[in-house]
Design a protein around this ligand. Sequence first.
Ligand SMILES: *Cc1c(COP(=O)(O)O)cnc(C)c1O
Length: 463
Amino acid sequence: MSNPFRGLPAVARVLEAPAAAAARDRYPPAALTAAVREVLEAARGQLAAGADGGDLSAESLAARVIARLDLESVPRLRTVINATGIVLHTNLGRAPLAEDAARAAYEAGRSYLNLELDLDTGKRGSRLAAVRDGIKVITGAEAATAVNNCAAATVIVLRAIAAGREVVVSRGQLIEIGGGFRIPEIMGVSGATLREVGTTNITRPADYERAIGPNTAALMRVHTSNYRVRGFTKTVGLDELVALGKKHGLPVIDDAGSGQALDLTPFGLPGEPLVSAGIAAGADLVLFSGDKLLGGPQAGLIAGRADLIPRVEADPLMRALRLDKMTLAALEVTLRLYRDPEQARRELPVLRMLTTPLADLRARAEAFALRLRALPGVTADVSDDVAYVGGGSLPDVAVPTVVIAVATTGVSEAEHAARLRVGTPGVVGRVQGGRFLIDLRTVFERQEDELFSALRTASTAPA
Ligand SMILES: *Cc1c(COP(=O)(O)O)cnc(C)c1O
């Protein structure tokens, strides 16, 4: 029997093949040699397993080597086109930043900056100085601080206010945020004891009242930002909770979650409670995310009483949860945009996408579908649909939208979706009811040509 490995070329021959030789200026010799060895090893493995190793010529193997090196040289994290219509897609990084905010992060990243240096006095300053005012302005609070995300904000606030004591929360608000992170567990790591009151659908002021005792440190409301209980329900409003807190001398903590700072009702979006509503209702501390409806970088914003914020900042965990310079730079600029609500709506992609008029979306979709129909074998049908905001925001608000169902003769919708995901750039759409859908609401206009090329490539790829 002939040795199946005998057909495999030597490492040196693969390296001399034109495809490999042409890549010598891009990859160091050691990387090329290592990749050739790995490709040969893989081919040997296939042959040993009795598989057909394919074309084993030096040139073909060299091409595999270069394809492998090219793939490895692209960062794992890369931008994708979000054609799902889901504006806050946690798996796709939630809020895209405003141009100015992204630029601020870029400049902060590539430079030195006055992060903790007061340029006027030459003395040490606080890295949070840049964002405190902005948070105070959008919430109306007298003091503010920020940490890495809203989950971190919950932990540090409860530690600072209630470690070793009890925090009273309604059972109807013990939510799982997503990815397996549950409010009760997050509260657990703070060292505070969760005192659950009421039932899943009904909680009354009397339930809180009964639970309050000498060991109670705070009352907490968690905004059920990713689900709704319907039907026979009763919850205790923040104002009622504040009244209870006043009566018993207890601080009220409001985990507002999605952090909406601009009223979107004029645009037909009922919206989440505004971050200013919590403070206006008398909550002592309000917590919310930076990268949900606020439209900024990942952060956990804490606004509230001037005597409580320093207690939170004095907690040793503050150092472990502190924000980095790029996030702070982007957050400062994001918050500044809110000084002019119309500018915020225009320049923050999350708000712009959410408030895009349906007629504009339809016109864009029709024009784009027309381009797609010119491709051989491609069909593109425009229809009305609904999308959800996502990212733990407005869970029961179906936002009317316009989608394009794209299909290529002989290609299943799942195959279509897969080809687009792995393309360059990657495109993520929605597979729904046996159709592959794209929703231009979440596609930046600057990405339309790239999206078109990606769809063209996917329609012509070999099956
Ligand atoms: C999303 C959410 C959180 C978690 O926020 P992250 O910034 O993702 O940590 C906490 N609480 C509520 C109510 C939320 O909606």
